[in-house]
Write a protein that binds this ligand. Structure first.
Ligand SMILES: [Zn+2]
Ligand SMILES: [Zn+2]
Length: 274
């Protein structure tokens, strides 16, 4: 079932793009700049190849890892809402499509046609939902793809500046340089912005869906003269370890997710507006 996810046009396009960027960077721009036989050329080719392999590995982790399914045995938590009356209140968030109870931070994905634990968003490029179990892989994918495109862009610019453009017969190569330079600059900007957004979400222990909800709730809170606080925000460092893990040495390994629990309950900060 999960291998069938690989059979999609966006996945094929993403792989094709990675292959193209790898090929032109190593076999055209690094080769044109210092030559692949030189020590500087070999070193750059090895670094870039490792970066692309890391990106490719994170990509497959994202595609093939289930984002998190609601356990069939799941029953909602009983919470005490009123401190004076001590009346127990059952959190009843039910999915109208699946007819099952939804744990906190769980959402129904219309593309996957199921509920996803701590759903972040449905990613077209990985043909999979990004949720509790594969968010770490997704974050590393965005990080490695950003580093890869910036690396490629820098190589193109250095190579272009060091090239002798005065000698004749360079018109087609010039066009090639300009097109690839524009492509890699745009890609670096898009991926860099996406990475910045996810670093912000990671530091606040927020999902993309929650960030949209937070904007609306912050506005409502302001209107009522209250201040808004994200209830899952446990502090910068703690928030990071909840996704990347407590061991800093394996923070950037996509499959090191032993710290994840069942994804149906999350610690909250009391007296927050969300
Ligand atoms: Zn559902
Ligand atoms: Zn989905």
């Amino acid at each position: 079932m999960k291998w069938e996810r690989l059979l999609s046009v966006p996945i094929f396009s993403a792989l094709l793009m990675m292959g193209f960027v790898y090929y032109v960077t190593v076999f055209f721009f690094i080769a044109d700049w210092v030559g692949l036989q030189s020590s500087a050329g070999s070193l750059n080719a090895i670094i870039f190849t490792s970066l692309i392999c890391y990106c490719l590995f994170s990509f497959f982790v994202c595609v093939l890892t289930d984002p998190g399914r609601v356990p069939s045995s799941y029953v909602p938590d009983v919470e005490v809402s009123d401190q004076e009356s001590r009346r127990p209140v059952v959190q009843q968030r039910k999915c109208e499509t699946c007819s099952n109870y939804k744990p906190p931070r769980c959402h129904h994905c219309r593309v996957c046609r199921r509920c996803v634990l701590k759903m972040d968003h449905h990613c077209v490029w990985t043909n999979n939902c990004i949720g509790y179990r594969n968010y770490k892989g997704f974050f590393i994918l965005v990080l490695s793809a950003t580093l890869g495109s910036i690396y490629s862009m820098v190589i193109i610019f250095i190579s272009a500046f060091q090239r002798d453009w005065e000698s004749p017969g360079h018109a087609s190569i010039k066009i090639y340089y300009v097109l690839c330079g524009v492509l890699m600059s745009s890609l670096s900007l898009i991926l860099g912005t996406l990475l910045g957004h996810h670093i912000f979400l990671l530091s606040r222990n927020m999902t993309t869906i929650e960030s949209y909800e937070a904007t609306r709730e912050a506005w409502l809170a302001r209107k009522s003269g209250l201040s808004y606080g994200h209830s899952f925000d446990l502090g910068f460092y703690k928030n990071i370890t909840l996704v990347l893990g407590p061991n800093m040495l394996i923070w950037f390994w996509p499959t090191a997710v032993g710290h994840l629990k069942d994804g149906t309950s999350f610690r909250r900060i009391p007296n927050t507006t969300s």
